[in-house]
Every structure is written in C-alpha cells, then in structure tokens.
Write a protein that binds this ligand. Sequence first.
Ligand SMILES: NC(=O)c1ccc[n+]([C@@H]2O[C@H](COP(=O)([O-])OP(=O)(O)OC[C@H]3O[C@@H](n4cnc5c(N)ncnc54)[C@H](O)[C@@H]3O)[C@@H](O)[C@H]2O)c1
Length: 382
Amino acid sequence: MAEEPKVRGGLCLNVDGEGCKKFTLRDIAREKAKTPIENGPKSVLVLGCSGGYGLASRIAVAFGGPKAETLGVSFERAPTDRKAGSPGWYNNEAFDESAKAEGLKAITISADAFADATRETVAQLAKDNGFKPFDLVVYSLASPMRTDPKDGVLYKSAIKPIGKPHVARTLDIMTCEMKEVSVEPASDEEIAATVKVMGGEDWILWIDYLKAQGLLAEGCKTVAYSYIGPKCTQDIYRSGTLGKAKENLEASAKAITETLKDLNGVGVVPVNKALVTRASAVIPAMPPYISCLFKVMKEAGLHEDCLDQIDRLFREFMYRADGGEMPVDEAGRIRIDDWEMRPEIQAAVDKLMETLAPENVEATTDIAGYRTDFLALHGFEG
Ligand SMILES: NC(=O)c1ccc[n+]([C@@H]2O[C@H](COP(=O)([O-])OP(=O)(O)OC[C@H]3O[C@@H](n4cnc5c(N)ncnc54)[C@H](O)[C@@H]3O)[C@@H](O)[C@H]2O)c1
C-alpha cells in the first residue's frame, strides 16, 4: 500500500491508509497525555467526524478526559479490491479501534449528513444503542454541495469574491511555483447556493430534529465552526461567498439558542484558526497565507493544529474547570482565532507576504510545515 504521494495541481491523488491511521493514533495519544478536561460533555454527536476540526473534536471529548460516548457521521469512501478508501475512512477506523480498546461507546456511519434519512438513522442508532441524550452536537461539515431535503434540488457552493474580481497569488506547495489568478465575482445565484451549502440551514434542521426526538440533554451545547481571517484573504473569503455562508451560520446560532431555551441549551460559533485541512487546501490564497502564518506563529511559540485548537476551545472556553462563563466576542462568537489575529502576528505575516517570491518561499516561510501537514492528510510523511 505505501507508495509515494502523487500531488497534481494542489490535490493529492492517492492515499496511504495505514499512514492516516498512524497519524490519527498519534493525535489520540497526544490528547490522552494531557491533563483531563474537566466538566466535559458525556454524549456527543459529531457531524463531519472524519477529519480536520470534527475529528479533533471527537478525539478531545472521547480521549481528553470526558470519556464521552460519540456518534460520528461523515461522508467517506470505503476501500475496494482495486482502490484505496478516502483518508477519512481510515481516520474513522483508527478512532473506532482506539475507542473499542478503551471501552468507549463509539458508532461511526458514512452517510450524507444533509439527508433527512441520515437524521433518522442517527436517531435510531442513538436509541437502539442506549446513548444518553446528546449534551454536545458538533457541526463540522465542509462540503462542495448539498441536496436540499425539502425539494431535492442540488446546490453547489462557489469560492468567489462578491462585487469585484479577486486577484490572488497561488502557491504550488510542491514546486514553489507562484501564479497570479483572477477569480470573477459570484452571481447572486452562486452566493445563494453557497449559503445553502455552507450556511446554517442544515445545522438548524439537525437541532430541530434531535430536539423533537428527545435526543438533546438539559444544558445541551452545539457548535459550528467559522472563519474570519486576515486582510489578504478577505475578498475571497470573509467578504466573498464563503463569508456570506459563515454570516448565515453565525446568525443560525442565535436561532438555535432560542430553540434550546427550554433546555437551557446554547448554539455557538467558534471562530477557528486557518489550518491545513482537505477543505482549506482548495481555497486560493490560503497556501501562501498559511505558509507565512505558520512561520510567524511557530517562531512566536503560538502555533496550534486542529487538536490544539479544539482542546483549548473545550478546556478554556466551553468547559472551564472553574465553571466560569464562556468568553465570547461582541457578536457572541468564541474567538479561538485570537492568537492568529493578534496585531503583531498579522503585521509580521503581512511583511513576509510582501516579499514572497518563488525563490525565497522555502527559506522565508514555513511552506515545509504546510507540505508536511498536507501530505499527512493523505497518510504520507512530509
Ligand atoms: N480548515 C480551516 O482552516 C478552517 C478554519 C476555520 C473554520 N473551519 C471550518 O471548520 C469546518 C470543518 O472544516 P475542516 O477544515 O475541518 O474540513 P475537513 O474537510 O477536514 O472535514 C470535513 C468533514 O465533513 C464531512 N462531510 C463533507 N460532506 C459531508 C456530507 N454530505 N455528509 C456527511 N459528512 C460530510 C467530511 O467527511 C469530513 O468529515 C468547516 O465549517 C470549515 O469552514 C475550517
């Protein structure tokens, strides 16, 4: 199985399944080695459990102290005789095997989380397997498309600016080639479709359904992850189609808190740090920005990966040992992008970005760290 990674045009075309499992087991071991998170959730549903922030969330609640029972949903491809599975398939296998070894209840399904049938399957599985009502629901889906269960229409998201074209420099992380690309502004239809896919509509459907099924506990919390980011990704991200979707997601948190009022529950959006995941790797402007960001944050001793971010989210914001209030910003969001957005970090990143060129990128940025993380997503050593 182990072969060389085949990376073309920013995509890795093959997978080392054993490598994916190894990296997931490494993260589980890291989390187990920390002091336990106190006051954590005991029964957790993770939508988007197989990679990135969702997998980190599942690892933290299961192995970081709470020993939560977890039900995970993701959309992953099983291996066949002729083809390896998708990376998340192996991550899930590693999680399930570790949970079993620890005597933790864990059920993982591969299904379209946007479908009503999947909501029904999850409810049935939770009831049949004696899950306690969920006291945490993590919504961590990143998908290019969604079929609306009401009318069967397929919506496709677009990563585009709004109102004016966006000119950005892309960076090929294997060859260090830099290219200027211009992305045309989105049409109104594309904006609406992106909000349909990556906004909060489906998150609301999940919470409404689980509540109606009696599957949410008193004091239940639910999170969906967002991103804001720096000036240089503003046009393509926060002021673009994805930003509109994230604004909708953030507004949905308020509606969900209203729904959960009688359970004393809360819907909240943490704003996370930019990291290398399968979802972020396809956003133009991210590879050069992240390569510079990693360099600056590592030098400042502030670098975190998905697991560090989520561990801090649970430990210092949502499940504080002192039982204190959850710190939020003026818009009610949790800011675990606080270190990324520090003015001195952003100023240093801006400075690096100004002088960035193919001949100095290897020496001046942490493109090597980006490459390592990117290859690890597919099970390869960097
Ligand atoms: N990566 C970043 O830099 C970053 C930063 C801030 C916020 N976020 C947000 O975090 C969330 C998770 O992103 P990520 O980067 O961890 O992505 P990821 O690609 O690592 O994970 C996405 C997950 O969604 C699942 N999924 C996709 N379509 C599905 C479907 N139809 N049904 C069931 N599961 C499905 C995948 O199987 C996977 O488990 C997103 O909302 C993203 O915007 C990411």
